[in-house]
Unconditional design. Structure first.
Lengths: 199, 370
């Protein structure tokens, strides 16, 4: 493993969290982002589960893509294959966590199976193809993307906690104000841009 | 051509590999071995395979925990006290339990998975609940969407139940429905008629169990049932009785009326039955018979959405059943006692309206079937 590879992986890790946050710059995974950000505790659970899943599925999908789909000239199948792999991995993770870490299983609850349909997870696998990452960079990107989701959803949950007693216009209560908050957060995250760049 | 074949092979291959992996993982990881369940501090000890929900595990051992929804986690009836084992409360249980129940270690047994040894407590009378394979002796059409089933117990068997209680029936697989489900139905017949049971089933569009009963279940068929369950029965008191029901909610009320007639219970009673239109009414003759045989009993059907045709001939009450109760009985409500059976929406509306008119909540009885 060369030093440049390692540096590039680290840059990608941090860039994926801050400058290229999957939720706040690509607006992926918004459904669970908005619906599970009512409480800080559950948002931490979901964020951690997403980070776990993105790291592993990105790596597995990289291996499948470069060692199966590219040699067979079937790259157009990546959407189908990636989704199937993600669904299978989430199922597997659920069985394993339930058996070996019941406490974590209870903490994650229904969030674990919900990750299957989180488009941020698929998005990360697809971006790693578009950006032509190596395996190490992909793992870093998967972890960074997941952590980015974690940071985003916890921040939003904290903001929503703070405005609980504020007088939000009736029409904007719930999802409405959450969308506006995420918009403002996205603007704030623009402030990070230029710090790091990933290609 | 080759491209098509390889792509099919790759997708199928990935799918098969994943399925095999999951199957292997499932059988290796989800095998919890045999566990022991201790009921009521040693009064019964079970050795059962782990991995299933507590409700289903107990059912296999012929211990029947009441469950109106049949294990879907919506009614919250299948409460069991878990003294040891069982892990933390699940998110699916929390909304169904009061803080007090949580403190008393009450759990919802259709959600709790048996992963290790358990110590549980259940009311001893649940050991009395039995199961039978009964024969459908008669299927009577009551109106366009409601049938009454008469289920005969095996030779020599009898069932003891309180009028108002319910049984559960297990549906069979049919057509595209690949699962067997459990559903609760109140007994509509007299408890003295203890060699058979009658239940009333109203067709719910796309309902798994009601479609099965209406379209696939034929006279002579065998059906698995268990029971009796439930806390819905006539309380001993001198309060005036208000029965309020809609649809197949008439069933337990009819059973209670048989009891009132047979035991000569001398209390003023009124039965408000809510329906949309004339064609939704059934057992009208039976109710008129009760009026003749029980002094102080009145049957008040109310139509909330009558057609023009109906309005020409109908001499009875119009409006929502809650409005009719308020109009006809506002005086007696305060000192009365109410028995409700119907959809959750109707029950909520009735409870709100009755308490609003001054009836204390502890004198309103109902089984909510959700």
């Amino acid at each position: 493993m060369s030093e440049t590879e390692l540096t590039s992986a680290l840059v990608i890790l941090f860039a994926a969290i801050f400058t290229n946050n999957i939720v706040l710059t690509n607006f992926l995974g918004l459904c669970s982002f908005l619906s599970v950000s009512r409480e800080i505790k559950s948002s931490v659970g979901l964020g951690a589960a997403v980070a776990f899943v993105t790291t592993f599925t990105a790596a597995i999908n990289w291996l499948i893509y470069h060692h199966l789909l590219v040699p067979l000239d079937l790259v157009y199948l990546r959407f189908v294959i990636f989704i199937v792999i993600i669904a299978g991995f989430v199922q597997f993770a659920e069985i394993a966590i339930e058996r070996f870490a019941p406490a974590l299983y209870h903490a994650l609850g229904i969030f674990l199976p919900l990750i299957t349909v989180n488009c941020a997870v698929l998005g990360i696998s697809l971006f790693m193809v578009i950006r032509e990452y190596g395996l190490l960079e992909t793992v870093a990107y998967g972890l960074g993307g997941g952590l980015g989701f974690l940071v985003g959803i916890v921040l939003l949950a904290a903001l929503r906690w703070r405005i609980r007693r504020s007088r939000v216009p009736a029409a904007l209560q719930g999802a409405g104000i959450a969308v506006i908050l995420s918009g403002i957060m996205a603007l704030a995250f623009v402030g990070f841009s230029g710090m790091l760049t990933i290609n | 051509m080759d491209g098509v074949l390889t792509s099919i092979a790759v997708v199928a291959g990935v799918g098969v590999v994943l399925a095999v992996l999951l199957e292997v993982a499932g059988s290796l990881l989800a095998d919890y071995g045999d566990v022991s369940i201790d009921i009521n501090s040693g009064s019964r000890k079970l050795e059962v395979p782990g991995g299933n929900k507590l409700l289903a595990t107990l059912r296999e051992e012929k211990i029947f925990i009441p469950s109106a929804c049949g294990g879907r986690g919506s009614c919250g009836e299948c409460r069991v006290r878990v003294m040891e084992g069982g892990g933390p409360l699940l998110p699916t249980e929390t909304p169904l339990l009061t803080p007090e129940q949580r403190k008393n270690r009450v759990r919802i047994s259709c959600q709790l998975k048996v992963r290790g040894d358990l110590q549980i407590e259940i009311p001893p009378e649940l050991f009395l609940i039995k199961s039978w394979t009964v024969r459908l002796a008669r299927k009577t059409r009551l109106n366009y969407d409601t049938v009454e089933l008469r289920l005969e117990l095996p030779e020599g068997e009898t069932i003891e139940f309180k009028p108002g209680q319910y049984i559960q029936i297990k549906t069979a697989r049919y057509g595209k429905v690949k699962e067997e489900v459990f559903r609760a139905y109140s007994v509509s017949s007299s408890s003295r008629d203890n060699r058979a049971l009658e239940i009333i089933v109203r067709l719910v569009p796309n309902g798994i169990a009601t479609t099965w009963v209406h379209d696939h279940l034929e006279e002579g068929a065998r059906v698995e049932i268990s029971g009796p369950y439930g806390e819905f029965y006539l309380r001993e008191s001198q309060h005036e009785i208000f029965f309020i029901a809609g649809g197949s909610g008439l069933a337990p009320i009819k059973s209670i009326l048989h009891q009132i007639q047979e035991e000569n219970i001398d209390r003023k009673a009124t039965f408000f039955f809510g329906a949309l239109d004339l064609r939704d009414l059934f057992h009208v003759e039976t109710m008129r018979e009760f009026e003749k045989n029980i002094s102080g009993f009145t049957y008040v059907p109310a139509l909330s959405n009558p057609s023009e045709e109906t309005q020409k001939s109908w001499k009875g009450e119009y409006g929502l059943v809650t409005e009719v109760v308020a109009r006809r009985a506002a005086e007696g409500i305060k000192d009365g006692e109410a028995y409700l059976c119907g959809s959750p929406g109707m029950i909520d509306a009735c409870v709100k309206s009755l308490t609003g008119m001054g009836m204390p909540e502890e004198r309103i009885y109902y089984d909510k079937f959700v």
